[in-house]
Design a protein around this ligand. Structure first.
Ligand SMILES: [Zn+2]
Length: 449
């Protein structure tokens, strides 16, 4: 009798195990998702489940450096909506060691939030943490940090429709044929006179999303403070690498190109994303014999960094030659950074900004220094990289959010107005010195990366 009771009990258990949902993991195209789903595992662990999610190189390209593996985002289905599900998550094969509070979406990707109080343990290349999924959710999305999808980009662009000061232009197409769009912000009703031009680009590295939230905040500020645009033109490329966004790459394009390295020899580059940016910058700068009336005087290259606390700028060492960071550029950089820190309490938390020698002449600012600042036809260009970070926020112990970076972007916009007005008056009036003999835009000092 006892044996029969035991057998019946076992059968009940088997039936229950067979009918209980087992979680499953997946990635969705175009939603900035990436893990190695072919090697992901879901295993029962008592009342909970263990999910092992290996990170995957950009495009699955194993020739890329390990430290390019820094983005993961995936969907988990089959959760228990009645009681919630306990999940022990192991993110393996990681190319970063920062402890970053993960985020989730419980509404199908419409919104994401930090998972309060969940800090991964990081050992070798594995990030481990446990979450309790919310009651009511049969599916969640889980990510290293707040993603930025093409749908979010479309929604942001739609929010600008009808604004007189915003014009949108397609400046090129990515290798997979996606539009690379530029927003031009200016008050077109102001009579034609030289305006001061500013160039902003964000997230050449597609999963560095704090840069994109910063850029959105900056654009929104200018739209809400249109009088600043009577004297300025602000050109913004929010997503220079849309393929990378769609594919869930951390650092590269669909063809595994790290775009910033291309700037060490930009005139040879046939990478379509670089061609789009380079040709548009060339159009705005003009040539040595016919420099543009409103050349770029200030350029911000927005990124995000690992291994750092608060946001910062990479200020440049004055190391010419071969670095085009002449003393006038250094002075402009110092004035810019000071202007930014005056406007942004979050931005001022980092007291000392790291110095960069621009070794290898990567980054778009190299072209601005070498090609324009060193030529007498143009005033010096203040061109610099800004880096957001993934964990520290303006409030101690509270991880940052997109709202923090949008606010920082608004403060950055106010600082741009300060800095441009503070730009040396003679330079701003477009004072032209005689072009040099070698001032041919087709001839450039060749510097190997
Ligand atoms: Zn970057």
């Amino acid at each position: 009798m006892r044996l029969l009771f035991w057998i019946v009990n076992c059968m009940a258990f088997v039936v229950e195990a067979a009918t209980a949902a087992q979680p499953s993991v997946s990635t969705i195209d175009d939603e900035q998702m990436r893990i190695d789903t072919s090697r992901a595992r879901v295993m029962p662990a008592g009342d909970a489940w263990t999910i092992v999610a290996p990170m995957l190189d950009d495009n699955g390209d194993t020739t890329l450096p390990a430290n390019f593996r820094r983005w993961w985002h995936f969907q988990i289905d089959g959760l228990d909506p009645a009681l919630g599900t306990t999940l022990a998550i192991e993110i393996t094969n990681a190319g970063y060691e920062d402890v970053i509070t993960p985020v989730w979406s419980v509404d199908g990707g419409r919104s994401y939030e930090r998972i309060a109080g969940v800090l991964p343990r990081v050992a070798s290349d594995t990030h481990t943490f446990t979450i309790q999924t919310p009651v009511g959710a049969s599916s969640i999305r889980l990510a290293k940090y707040f993603p930025y999808t093409l749908a979010m980009h479309d929604a942001f662009r739609a929010s600008l429709k009808g604004q007189d000061v915003v014009r949108e232009e397609v400046i090129g197409r990515s290798s997979q044929g996606r539009d690379i769009t530029m927003l031009s912000l200016t008050d077109a009703s102001v009579p034609d006179r030289p305006k001061r031009r500013v160039w902003i680009q964000s997230a050449v590295h597609p999963a560095e999303t704090p840069a994109i939230f910063t850029c959105e905040g900056l654009v929104s500020w200018f739209v809400a403070n249109g009088t600043a645009l009577e004297e300025m033109i602000v050109n913004v490329v929010l997503l220079p690498n849309p393929d990378g966004i769609a594919l869930g790459n951390y650092r590269t394009t669909a063809t595994s190109v790290n775009l910033e390295v291309q700037w060490s020899a930009p005139y040879d580059s046939e990478v379509p994303e670089i061609v789009a940016l380079r040709e548009t910058i060339e159009r705005f700068m003009g040539t040595p014999t016919a420099p543009a009336r409103s050349p770029i005087c200030l350029l911000l290259n927005l990124h995000a960094s690992h291994g750092e606390g608060y946001p910062f700028h990479f200020v440049h060492e004055p190391a010419y030659p071969p670095n085009g960071v002449i003393p006038a550029v250094r002075e402009l950089e110092d004035r810019w950074v000071a202007a930014f820190k005056r406007r942004s309490a979050f931005g001022a938390l980092r007291k000392t900004d790291p110095k960069s020698t621009l070794a290898g002449r990567s980054y778009v600012e190299s072209m601005m220094h070498d090609r324009y600042t060193l030529q007498p036809a143009w005033p010096p260009v203040m061109a610099i990289t800004f880096e957001g970070t993934y964990e520290a926020g303006p409030t101690p112990e509270v991880p940052n959010t997109p709202a923090d970076y949008r606010r920082l972007g608004a403060e950055m916009a106010a600082a741009v107005v300060d800095a441009v007005r503070d730009y040396p008056a003679g330079e701003l009036r477009g004072t032209r010195r005689a072009p040099s003999e070698s001032g041919n835009p087709g001839i450039h000092p060749r510097i190997s990366p």
